[in-house]
Design a protein around this ligand. Structure first.
Ligand SMILES: [Zn+2]
Length: 306
């Protein structure tokens, strides 16, 4: 399997596994894979996992299936060496041995290697969905896990429910002078600036969502938008679709609710503002950072993280 190499700011768009979706309904294959001694299991509880190793280079704690606790199992995939990976969801993580700590995806996302990042993004997304979709949305009866964790099936009416992914657009606004517009949400600390974002509504195209959100939040009229990149954002279940949006002019009118202030920056102005700590940019976990640096043409202030 070939996975496109994501750029910085797409830390959650990494993977080193084949998801092996063709085996999800094959119980004999799943049972055999589970019993295989090389099989590795990631244990999750309330979105938390265990890790070991140095803080700047954490590795997920993956155990053999013989040592795994009882819990719902999700098939995560198979690596190029033929090793199968499962996640097991439990209420409480096992007691940690010496040198083992707990964390969640939000903390570990940029630090893990491709394999572990892919495992944890996939498992975190499924885990949250299972925890919050115990009942059938059609008839209200309990549903149960199926397809190795990728479906829930209603025990009463048989309806199949699939993991939910909520598309959200995230956009860097550019003007005719190739300046970018960054904004600050009211709840953010002073100086923290980022791109604009919002959920796609039913019946809306991505381009329409980009234009609507920009008009609502900052009064910008977007004449066009161009797709740049995407990454999953399982906090709890979004897929962020990144765009450059082109503004008709430089007029800005912030709504004061979702956005408290917004400011245009040339590359020079942004570089100076970041260097002087007058602007704090989004951290490397967010695709916002990738959009800003793609426009800027180089990394900006590598040390900054939030
Ligand atoms: Zn039902």
């Amino acid at each position: 399997m070939i996975h496109p190499k994501p750029a910085v700011g797409q830390a959650l768009a990494r993977s080193a596994l084949d998801r092996a979706a063709e085996h999800r309904l094959d119980q004999a294959w799943l049972d055999e894979a589970w019993k295989e001694p090389r099989t590795r299991v990631l244990v999750l509880a309330q979105g938390r996992v265990q890790w070991s190793g140095p803080e700047h280079e954490p590795r997920l704690v993956l155990i053999g299936s013989a040592d795994a606790p009882e819990g719902e199992r999700y098939l995560l995939g198979v690596d190029p060496d033929g090793v199968t990976y499962f996640a097991v969801a439990v209420d409480t993580l096992p007691e940690a041995a010496e040198g083992i700590r707990e964390a969640q995806l939000y903390t570990l996302g940029t630090l893990l290697d491709d394999r572990d990042a892919g495992l944890l993004v996939h498992a975190t997304g499924l885990h949250h969905w299972h925890r919050t979709h115990r009942f059938c949305a059609r008839c209200g009866q309990p549903s149960e896990i199926a397809a190795a964790g990728h479906v829930r099936r209603c025990v009463a009416c048989g309806t199949e429910h699939y993991p939910r992914t909520d598309p959200a657009v995230i956009m860097l606004v550019l003007d005719a002078d190739d300046r970018c517009l960054l904004g600050r949400q009211p709840s953010w600390p002073d100086k923290r600036f980022s791109t604009f974002a919002g959920f796609v509504e039913p019946g809306e195209s991505l381009e329409q969502a980009v234009a609507r959100e920009l008009h609502e939040e900052v009064g910008v009229v977007a004449t066009s938008s161009v797709y740049v990149a995407s990454q999953p954002w399982p906090f709890p279940s979004s897929l962020m679709l990144g765009f450059f949006a082109y503004a008709a002019d430089d007029r800005v009118h912030v709504d004061g609710e979702e956005i408290a202030e917004a400011q245009w920056f040339s590359r020079e102005q942004l570089k100076d503002a970041v260097a002087a700590s007058e602007v704090v940019l989004p951290g490397a976990l967010s695709i916002a950072r990738h959009l800003i640096e793609k426009w800027y043409g180089a990394p900006l202030d590598e040390n900054n993280h939030w």
